[in-house]
Design a protein around this ligand. Structure first.
Ligand code: GLA
Length: 400
């Protein structure tokens, strides 16, 4: 539902984007007052579906995202044109109305959340460009929410701190768009740091950067090219199953309010009282939280083989226990596992399609690409896209 990617590299060229803005809004957009804002997508290294269980996540903001060239206006009207298609949509800040099931919902929802929190917002005319592959699960919605919050603040960082901004963007998605996501994607898009992954404790909201060994290793994303089937309903079903596990355990363990509080031993003690599927979902979360902390320790010790083993265990758990993989994602992981120099591969994001993330020795990245290009098509009938991503900064004003 988020905007399609453009045919050019407009996403990296602020001047060209401003020229598109002037052309799209003749007489309304003065290049001298135009601003350009940007917010990145993300790839999650490990910690999947743990965010709404008050656990740990380790995402990376990437060098792909959404940019808006805009001129602020004082007419309370928001109007956005997509650079890729020329499609145009907008709304009135004083009469936002209900969602329309279109990409404009992420802009309107962000405006609604900012207004509801009493934050000042202004109208604007904008041209939007995205270089996040469509439907890839690299958080184009969070990127659009964060970029919109800067555009709605006159093309500047809003006065609130970045965590408040991330939470307002999450609220836009939960309460306006109607997707019951956790905080990870908006957090990553707000806090990205060049060269680092970001460890977030989703209960306390404490976070810190974890340096990536980028001289020797690359982060490679493989996009399965398969649509993310049933994503919203299956996502909400996983949340409900996690809540059911908490309810069963909390009935006898009063200190438990989220799966974050459940240890592996506690889960085994209560497994018999749970539906086996619910127990399997909980088992993924309980061990995935441990894997995030273990992966941070392994990154910091320079033990990339161990990170790779944790990636593999995480993928197997998502496939066998949490039930969010797909034959295409499994094929990508199996192909990567056969390539020398790939430490580990796993699906990233909500699942049900989308991408895998691979931690790869730099010199082995071409071999991974070749293996995917050779083997993926014959196995699945689909075409995969393979690209390297760089850990990058969070939402920012590119031209103020
Ligand atoms: C989506 C959601 C996130 C998170 C991931 C799974 O990206 O938006 O909040 O739950 O799925 O880890």
């Amino acid at each position: 539902m988020t905007p399609p990617a453009p045919p050019t590299d407009l996403a990296r060229d602020a001047d060209a984007l401003v020229a598109r803005l002037v052309a799209a809004y003749p007489g309304e957009a003065d290049p001298a007052t135009a601003r350009v804002v940007h917010a990145p997508g993300r790839v999650n290294l490990i910690g999947e579906h743990t965010d709404y269980n008050e656990g740990f996540v380790l995402p990376v903001a990437i060098d792909l995202g959404i940019s808006l060239a805009l001129v602020p206006t004082d007419d309370r009207r928001v109007d956005v044109t997509l650079a890729a298609t020329g499609e145009r949509d907008g709304f009135d800040l004083d009469a936002i109305g209900a969602k329309r099931s279109s990409w404009i919902d992420y802009v309107a929802g962000t405006a609604w959340a900012l207004l509801d929190a009493g934050e000042p917002v202004s109208g604007f005319r904008a041209v939007l460009v995205s270089d996040l592959p469509q439907g890839s699960g690299l958080s184009s919605s969070a990127a659009l929410e964060l970029a919109s919050s800067l555009a709605l603040s006159g093309g500047a960082l809003p006065a609130v701190d970045r965590m408040t901004l991330a939470r307002l963007a999450q609220r836009a998605e939960n309460a306006y768009v109607g997707v019951n996501c956790g905080l990870m994607d908006q957090f990553a898009s707000a806090f990205g740091e060049p060269g680092s992954a970001l460890l977030l404790d989703c209960r306390t909201l404490e976070h810190r950067a974890v340096r990536m060994p980028l001289e020797e290793t690359a982060l490679v994303v493989c996009h399965s090219g398969s649509p993310r089937r049933l994503e919203t309903s299956a996502y909400n079903e996983r949340r409900a199953q996690c809540e059911a596990a908490v309810a069963t355990i909390a009935a006898v363990e009063p200190g438990v309010t989220a799966l974050r509080d459940v240890t592996p031993a506690m889960l085994e003690a209560h497994r018999g009282r749970m539906d086996p599927l619910v127990a399997a979902r909980a088992e993924h979360i309980v061990h995935e939280n441990e894997r995030v902390l273990a992966a941070v320790a392994a990154f910091e010790a320079g033990d990339l083989d161990e990170v790779g083993r944790l990636f593999a265990a995480s993928h197997a758990s998502m496939r066998d226990l949490f039930g969010i993989s797909s034959p295409e994602l499994d094929a990508l992981v199996e192909i990567a596992d056969g390539v020398d120099g790939v430490y580990g591969a796993r699906l990233t994001g909500a699942g049900f399609g989308g991408c895998t993330v691979n931690l790869v020795r730099r010199e082995a990245a071409p071999a991974l690409r070749e293996a995917v290009e050779r083997d993926y098509g014959p196995r699945t009938g689909l075409h995969a896209r393979v690209f390297e991503v760089e850990p990058s900064r969070g939402a920012a004003v590119l031209r103020g």
